[in-house]
Design a protein around this ligand. Structure first.
Ligand code: ADP
Length: 276
């Protein structure tokens, strides 16, 4: 049952009563469950043909099926790019259904988180150079060891830096900063690390700060050409950070770029920490 309550006031603004409405949401819950099972089933089924297409394209690309001309190379590149998009969409949908079903498992290990930032820089380097973006990275000299799910940290960083690149015009700036925080800094109640991704892009209206972390929310009026997106990335990133006991937030002004910041405890444990 879901309860909604409203206060009844007289002309002078005094409370004279209360109205409560109880609604049976069993049916809504069932529909929610069926929807989630359907998404999970369809995305699993999509995996097999996608892998088959990928393998075929790789074979053609490798030259074993004969030489290919420049036009064919161009179309092959387009196919590979779109297949990568389809793959990341399937992965996002699978993550989402696992999160909703409470079946999203973290695999923690100990690692230097500076390596994650370097790895993300390498994997997005062609996008950075295509858009002539000035990418600045600020890392401490000493290793910053954390105990967390490394692949999931890479996923969060790829999403944040990917968005920064997507929503920043050509020749803009993206700045990644890693800072270990100790208790004195008052953001965490235990030693943690803070990573901030700043861009000089289109910015976000403060009224949308909360919304963009919801699934399927996209707020930019003009979607940058050829970028697409599903509005799932930030909601998955937020879930991953929360599952690590951390928090993520954004500061921005329309037309003046955005800064996405997250903190995670250096020691792994589930649950939440209080972030001010
Ligand atoms: P997607 O990028 O697939 O649309 P996300 O969940 O990653 O989905 O982002 C949701 C929305 O938040 C984006 O569609 C965009 O409107 C906004 N957004 C995210 N990052 C930025 C950014 N760095 N600058 C401006 N807007 C952003």
């Amino acid at each position: 049952l879901r309860a909604s309550t409203a206060v009844v006031e007289n002309e002078d603004g005094d409370t004279v009563g209360m109205v409560s409405v109880l609604s049976d949401i069993t049916h809504e819950k069932q529909i929610e469950e069926i929807k989630s099972q359907f998404v999970s089933l369809v995305t699993h089924e999509l995996r097999t043909p996608v892998v088959a297409i990928q393998k075929s394209l790789e074979l053609i690309d490798s030259g074993v099926t004969g030489a290919i001309n420049d036009d064919q190379k161009r179309f092959l590149a387009i196919s590979k790019l779109n297949l990568a998009r389809l793959n990341s969409l399937i992965n996002d949908l699978l993550d989402m259904s696992k999160l909703e079903a409470g079946k999203f498992v973290l695999l923690p290990s100990s690692f230097d988180i500076r390596g994650v930032i370097q790895e993300v820089k390498v994997s997005l380097s062609s996008w950075v150079s295509d858009k002539e973006i000035v990418l600045k990275i600020d890392l401490p000299e000493a290793p910053v060891t954390v105990n967390a799910d490394r692949d999931r940290m890479v996923q969060v960083m790829v999403n944040l830096v990917g968005n920064a690149l997507k929503f920043t015009p050509k020749k803009g700036e993206v700045h990644i900063k890693l800072k270990p925080l100790d208790l004195k800094e008052k953001i965490c109640q235990e030693p943690c690390v803070e990573i901030a991704v700043h861009d000089s892009g289109i910015g976000i209206d403060p009224k949308d700060f909360k919304r963009i972390f919801n699934k399927f929310e996209q707020v930019s009026l003009v979607s940058p050409v050829g970028t697409g997106g599903t509005g799932l990335g930030l909601s998955i990133a937020k879930e991953i950070i929360n599952l690590h006991g951390g928090d993520i937030w954004v500061e921005s002004q329309i037309g003046h770029g955005s800064t996405f910041t997250f903190v995670v405890p250096r020691a792994f444990r589930g649950g939440k920490i209080d972030v001010q």
